[in-house]
Design a protein around this ligand. Structure first.
Ligand code: 26V
Length: 798
């Protein structure tokens, strides 16, 4: 984009005055950001418009990524970077006497997702546009994002996240593209004049779905796609049908708030309303677009791919069937073929408790026509599979079972592709979790290992590393992330290794400044920064990390002269508000932080920092500062993990179990550049199958384990009477579901070898360098190309 500093300064000054009727020098940070964001949006509208026009003119195949969650992070810098004007704007702001980074922090970080699944959707949106693919997001414009987390006396408190308080400069409300989504009522079959049966819906509750569009700017390629988020409103002219406050609230509530639970299925009516609402609205808008092309319905899958991100948008399947059957008059077989060819599905979890299933009666009442269609899909599925596979297997794959509708089963049966998000995860799906389906549809199953966008996670988050890379290997890696491997040539180059250490130190200092300012804790930037940032969940085993800290604390208490390098243990994690055990672990970590941070005999040998309100923006601050990346989930539980990839790209060394994508990280960096410990997935499976794990025996026989666990119940940690007891019991009395005790020794051993190597600066820096150099394959640009080639069958714009 052609644009110079002088022009920018003029435009910015003008824009600010236009919006606020005084000069930018008098404005607040928020106002300064709003003016800048508004100006930037204006810069790309022309290309945004022409991208869509080109798609229509070329009749290009479009992919639609349906996701209940998107976690884009702040968009100012990424838009500027992708437009190619980041440096120009930075310079211009400076010349105007404004601190660009501070203005950028004036943007709210839209927390419209829980964690990995939502952030992956946003990395994908960036990669789809940046690799020149015609792809768009479809989701919900939540009025309130994921709760804000505060700690009060060490306990998590949740506050509403009113992210729209100031205006959202990036979105465009498109009222003329609104559609109606129907709930409830009755379905009637009636013959029309020619005797053809038509479906009529009566007494339905009609809700208006209004789209808000946000541009997804490709990296220096002129492509600007769309993220469409839907908001629920009362339809114009139907106010009389919503005359009471409760009726109006019912409408608003549909898109009011993001469900803050990412692990536990709950059969809540409001959740299924949300799911149908955005699935239906998305399908309707896709159909409207397709009809503009004036093609035959059989060409729909040639022009359209619809991807469902986990099972949350699965109702898109019966909704597409409904429209093809009832509104477009296609026959069942034709509609079914079109639907299957169009839809593909990603599974993101192995946890049984996160598998969605809805009570049959609830769906029948809320979505009577959709229910009929699901029942018919199910009936035909069973009828077709019995002769081939026998009763038992056919019924095990039923969509409707014991009064429940199983969404994963519907997603698999109604799509042509089912993928896991890391090789190990896909292997487990095929061999265990979804084995019955794998027997029926082996050709549907495939792996697509997750990826991350280095544009946000390196170029924006870590400018110092970006400069170092440019200086050593040139800038080609920015277009082609595999080129980062050129860095390997510098593994013995002391100057580069020292420069890398300097970069890390600078990022650690930046984080240390933040910690001092926001938490009043002083941390030494030369200490090991040991980082675990992810949702708080038992299977992710933050508690194993805690056991290591307590063990280290006890060792130092016994012998204060022990020569460990200093360590700062950094945590960031939200717990689902209803996840009692996870909240107890939050309290425990905060209590231990209080105890150890204030123990003068420990000094700064151990510090614990648990940041409040972890999210995308804090991740951008923490990840570049990390030395150790804690990826210590119980093997076989973490589908992929993506913070592992972000951290390695920033030169952190992974402390890993062989779980999720850690396996592939190990394969890429080699055993000598990663710390691997713990049970393997097959070993865990075998313990579960044979029931031969006895945590109590370990507690009794391993004195270090015993001493650490006793601390939870003997009063040595103040303020955790209840929590300490509950956590102790979960491990010792209720047999330690996630094998922390079993993995303890090998974890401690791996941590000690990290200590030893960290003391050898040259060696550590070389490992860091090798991690960066081998991070290229984890770019989401490659992941997206594989989706495009193998699942969506779409080609980049030439
Ligand atoms: C699940 C559920 C369960 C039912 C109720 C509401 C709800 C909302 C969100 C989710 C998503 C959980 C799945 C998830 O986030 N999986 C994570 O996906 C990442 C991207 O593929 C992957 O890296 C993580 O390993 C995986 O845990």
């Amino acid at each position: 984009m052609a644009f110079n500093v002088q022009e920018f300064k003029k435009e910015y000054t003008k824009k600010f005055e236009e919006l606020f009727a005084y000069g930018y020098d008098e404005g607040s940070t928020t106002e300064r950001f709003i003016a800048l964001g508004d100006l930037v949006r204006g810069l790309y509208t022309e290309e945004w418009k022409s991208t869509v026009e080109d798609y229509i003119a070329d009749q290009s195949k479009q992919v639609y990524y349906f996701s209940m969650e998107f976690l884009p992070g702040r968009m100012l810098k990424s838009n500027l970077l992708n437009l190619g004007i980041l440096d120009c704007v930075r310079e211009g702001m400076q010349e105007l006497g404004l601190d660009f980074d501070e203005v950028a922090r004036g943007e709210v970080d839209p927390a419209l997702g829980n964690g990995g699944l939502g952030r992956l959707a946003s990395c994908f949106m960036d990669s789809i546009a940046s690799t020149g693919l015609a792809g768009h997001g479809n989701g919900i414009r939540y009025r309130y994002g994921l709760f804000q987390q505060k700690f009060v006396n060490g306990y998590q408190i949740e506050l509403p996240e009113n992210w729209l308080r100031n205006r959202n400069v990036w979105e465009v409300r498109k009222e003329n593209k609104a559609v109606i989504v129907r709930f409830g009522g009755q379905v009637n079959l009636a013959a029309d004049e020619d005797g053809k049966m038509t479906v009529r819906y009566e007494n339905t509750r009609n809700i208006l779905a209004v789209p808000y569009d946000t541009a997804q700017v490709g990296y220096k390629n002129g492509v600007i796609n769309n993220l469409r988020l839907w908001s629920a409103e009362i339809p114009y002219g139907e106010e009389a049908n919503f005359s009471t406050v409760e009726e109006r609230d019912d409408v608003m509530r549909i898109t009011e708030v993001l469900y803050p639970d990412d692990s536990n299925y709950e059969g809540r009516l409001l959740r299924v309303k949300q799911e149908y609402f955005f699935s239906s609205a998305g399908i309707q808008s896709i159909i409207r677009y397709f009809k503009k092309l004036k093609l035959d319905w059989n060409q729909f899958p040639e022009k359209t791919a619809i991807h469902i991100n986990d099972t949350h948008p699965t109702l898109a399947i019966p909704e597409l069937m409904r429209i093809l059957l009832d509104e477009e008059g296609l026959g069942w077989d034709q509609a079914w073929e079109i639907t299957k060819k169009t839809i593909s599905y990603t599974n993101h979890t192995i946890l049984q408790e996160a598998m969605e299933r809805w009570p049959e009666g609830m769906i029948a009442e809320l979505l009577p026509r959709i229910y009929q269609i699901i029942a018919e899909i199910n009936r035909r599925h069973i009828e077709k599979k019995i002769p081939i596979y026998g009763n038992e297997l056919a019924y095990r794959t039923a969509i409707i079972d014991q009064g429940q509708i199983k969404m994963a089963n519907l997603a698999i049966i109604g799509s042509h592709s089912v993928n896991g998000v890391a090789q190990l995860h896909t292997d487990i799906l095929m061999a265990e979790t979804l084995h019955d389906f794998f027997v029926m549809y082996p050709q549907k199953f495939n792996n697509k290992t997750n990826g991350i966008t280095q544009r946000r996670w390196v170029q924006i988050a870590n400018e110092a590393l970006t400069d170092l890379l440019d200086d050593t290997i040139g800038a080609e890696w920015k277009k082609n992330p595999l080129e980062i491997r050129l860095l390997k040539a510098f593994r013995e180059d002391e100057e580069v290794l020292e420069a890398l250490e300097t970069v890390k130190l600078k990022n650690k200092q930046r984080f240390a400044d933040y910690v001092l300012k926001t938490m009043g804790i002083e941390i030494d930037p030369t200490a090991i920064f040991d980082v675990q940032i992810k949702r708080m969940h038992a299977y992710k085993r933050q508690l194993l990390n805690v056991m290591h800290i307590l063990d280290r604390y006890l060792q130092l208490k016994d012998d204060p002269s022990l020569d460990f390098p200093k360590r700062v243990f950094i945590f960031g994690a939200k717990a689902a508000p209803s996840y009692y055990y996870a909240k107890e672990i939050i309290k425990l970590i905060n209590a231990i932080a209080d105890l150890i941070n204030n123990d003068s005999t420990i000094g700064d040998k151990i510090k614990i920092v648990f940041v409040e309100n972890y999210g995308v923006s804090l991740a951008e601050l923490i990840i570049p500062a990390a030395d150790i990346s804690e990826q210590i989930s119980l093997a076989g539980k973490e589908a992929s993990g993506t913070s592992n990839m972000k951290l390695m790209s920033n030169g952190a060394i992974t402390m890993a179990t062989l779980d999720g994508a850690n396996v592939e990280i190990r394969d890429n960096v080699g055993d000598e550049n990663i710390f691997v410990f713990g049970l393997k997935s097959e070993e865990v499976q075998s313990y579960y199958r044979n029931g031969n794990y006895h945590a109590y025996d370990i507690y009794e026989k391993n004195p270090r384990v015993k001493r650490v666990l006793n601390m939870l119940v003997d009063g040595s940690i103040p303020g955790i009477e209840q929590e300490g007891r509950d956590i102790f019991d979960s491990l010792v009395k209720f047999n330690d579901e996630y094998f922390l005790l079993k993995d303890f020794d090998s974890y401690i051993a791996a941590q000690y070898s990290a200590d030893r190597i960290y003391a050898d600066r040259g060696k550590w820096n070389r490992m860091a360098l090798m991690n960066i150099a081998n991070s290229g394959p984890f770019s989401s640009d490659y992941t997206i190309r594989r989706y495009a080639d193998e699942i969506w069958k779409i080609k980049p714009k030439s």
